[in-house]
Design a protein around this ligand. Structure first.
Ligand code: PDD
Length: 282
């Protein structure tokens, strides 16, 4: 079956959908986005993603052009037609088309979403850990906005791949902020530590859910800046995102992290996350 896209209220084949040359998303990266996980035909944590969408849009003085409950209903209708049981929804909102000018003008926003299959998640007990390389954090100071202006992230990710790593971790003044497309956590004793969200860190949905679940397995959640040196001496390190859920970290630049397999706390957190996913998408 041909892939479909929901675009400004209509469902059309993805291959036929068109966005104008003067769409401000195309010319200025003037827009925001969401990536939502699908399990068993159902979106996971949809309410949290749509709340973040509203905040991101407000952060660039843009309103979501349809009420959030109506948007959730449209996503449900779309999923009933799209044959993607397990994967993700990519949703993008831009300020829409107008003659090119930095100044905003009256535009009709462009809102679209489509679904894609993702490869099955790897089993943390048997998977190899990810390799990270550090890069200077050259991004703007509004990283809490899930902006489509991802060039620094794209360059960092490609630098990681070119260096034989999986993901790039941003460092600013010796502090570890987040990765090119994921948040990062350290397990230190019975504490789960990660950088606060805000100017330099996206409020990741997986991050928020794990901070919420930490207490269930006897961990104290702590949001504070972490120095690179502290990360290297942590008991366990892992990164999180909607698409990857949790990946354990095995290597940091040219150093091995002191683990040959995924650590016990990361495994426990993964188990409570999986339970939550299964409960909410059964
Ligand atoms: N990226 N930080 C950054 C910079 C990200 O791009 C992402 C997600 C995250 C994790 O957020 P969440 O848990 O809500 O997925 C953190 C998505 C998956 C992407 O751009 O494809």
């Amino acid at each position: 079956m041909a892939e479909l896209v929901w675009m400004n209220g209509e469902i059309v084949p993805l291959a036929d959908a068109r966005v104008g040359i003067e769409d401000r998303g195309f010319q200025f990266a003037d827009g925001v986005y969401e990536v939502i996980r699908l399990y068993n035909h159902k979106p996971f944590a949809l309410d949290l993603h749509l709340q973040r969408l509203q905040k991101s849009a407000a952060g660039i003085q843009l309103a979501v052009p349809i009420a959030i409950p109506a948007l959730a209903a449209e996503i449900g209708k779309f999923l009933a037609r799209a044959s993607v049981p397990d994967g993700m929804i990519y949703l993008q909102l831009t300020r829409g088309c107008a003659p090119r000018s930095h100044a905003f003008s009256q535009t009709k926003a462009t809102l679209l979403f489509y679904a894609r299959t993702l490869p099955p998640l790897t089993d943390l007990t048997t998977s190899e850990g990810v390799k990270l390389i550090t890069v200077p954090d050259e991004r703007w100071k509004r990283c809490w906005i899930k902006s489509i202006a991802l060039l620094p992230n794209v360059l960092a990710k490609n630098q990681a791949l070119a260096g034989g790593a999986d993901e790039a971790v941003f460092i600013e003044n010796e502090i570890v902020t987040e990765c090119s497309a994921s948040n990062i956590f350290a397990v230190i004793g019975q504490r789960l530590v990660t950088h606060p969200v805000g100017p330099k860190v996206l409020p990741g949905i997986t991050r928020a859910i794990l901070l919420d679940l930490a207490a269930k397995i006897g961990l104290t959640a702590e949001e504070r800046p972490l120095r690179e040196a502290e990360m290297l001496h942590a008991d366990e390190l892992f990164i999180t995102s909607t698409t990857r859920e949790i990946s354990w970290v095995a290597r940091w630049n040219d150093r091995n992290i002191d683990q040959s397999r995924c650590g016990p706390v990361t495994l426990k957190l993964n188990a409570v996350l999986r339970e939550r996913v299964q409960r909410e998408t059964a």
